[in-house]
Design a protein around this ligand. Structure first.
Ligand code: NAP
Length: 296
């Protein structure tokens, strides 16, 4: 430990980075509107009245409009049938004003999220969850990339530069929405990638070899200071609500106070979180450009 306490990891300010990205998206949208007369449109579908989901959807709507894009909100009652939801997706797939479609998860239990996601036109799948986008990402073809890992990659490149080749990267967590696509992106960047999960035996030791450590587990403070290699860049994706001294607060998956010997670390909140919505709008812009034939 000794020397570690004399170092202070750089705080990776995701909020400021995300605001910069949103500004550049806004500028691009204005230019595209002037050039093509069309604005990117994002449709967000919310089924039921989960309060957390309602907050996310409202925030997405606000930021979509602020970026100069069209926002189409579809709020459906909790007893919406699978057929009704599939019919809406079909209509949005056909709608030329809609370039991106996002179905807010989780869905009420009687609805199958997989059927819904696979029904979205992959070119409009701005969450990047369709198997076609997962396959394109895995095979190095132009894809729509899940927003959270895309945001993590942007923060990593900002800190480490364009070339990540040869770095040891460890991803903790192997979910379809974060861990797996994160590992694919790091592999595409020519990192040496290790994916660890709940059955991994020597997790701490694997982490200690990581130049890049991305943690997406959902366990507050799981990653201790001694798991972190001095000089590593640590990306903490976790969002956990804990109650301490009667007060509720949000913490990550990394014991932040013990990570001073890292070169840089994302705080929670204010790290990866703000990047996710900014990347959703970035994906909507990408989807628009591809649908207009402006880029590959
Ligand atoms: P998830 O689907 O629950 O997956 C968690 C992963 O962590 C699984 O692969 C699981 O392993 C692994 N895991 C569980 N306990 C572990 C342990 N003790 N050691 C190593 N690995 C362990 O979660 P997720 O959707 O990927 O989300 C992960 C975290 O990120 C959550 O806190 C979530 O709230 C947060 N999140 C944040 C954002 C954002 O915008 N910042 C976006 C999405 C998610 P198994 O596969 O073996 O079960």
């Amino acid at each position: 430990m000794g020397m570690h306490r004399f170092h202070r990891a750089e705080v990776i300010d995701g909020k400021t980075f995300a605001n910069g990205l949103l500004k550049s998206i806004e500028t691009d949208v204005a230019l595209l509107l002037a050039e093509t007369g069309a604005a990117p449109g994002l449709a967000v579908v919310l089924v039921g009245d989960d309060p957390a989901s309602a907050v996310y959807v409202a925030s997405k709507h606000r930021q979509t409009v602020a970026a100069g894009m069209k926002s189409f909100e579809h709020r459906l009652p909790a007893d919406t049938t699978q057929d009704q939801l599939m019919a809406l997706i079909g209509a949005l797939n056909q709608d030329p004003q809609v370039h991106g479609i996002l179905v807010q998860l989780p869905l009420p239990r009687h609805l199958d999220p997989n059927l819904v996601i696979q029904a979205i036109n992959p070119d409009k799948d701005v969450d990047g969850f369709h198997i076609s986008n997962a396959g394109r990402l895995a095979t190095g073809q132009p894809a729509l990339i899940p927003c959270t890992p895309l945001g993590c990659m942007m923060l990593l490149h900002d800190r480490l530069g364009a070339d990540l080749a040869g770095l040891n990267a460890v991803v903790l967590g192997k979910s379809n929405i974060v861990g797996k696509p994160m590992a694919q992106l790091l592999m595409s960047a020519n990192c040496t990638v290790t994916v660890a999960h709940s059955k991994t035996r020597n997790t701490a030791e694997l982490c200690r070899a990581a130049d890049i450590l991305v943690v997406a587990v959902g366990r507050p403070g799981l990653v201790r200071g001694e798991w972190i290699k001095p000089g590593a860049v640590v990306i903490d994706v976790g969002i956990n609500r804990i109650v301490e001294d009667g007060k509720s607060r949000i913490v990550g998956d990394v014991a932040y106070a013990e990570a001073g010997h890292a070169a840089a670390i994302t705080p929670v909140p204010g790290g990866v979180g703000p990047m996710t919505i900014a990347c959703l709008l970035s994906n909507t812009l990408t989807a628009f450009r591809r649908q207009q034939g402006l880029v590959a």
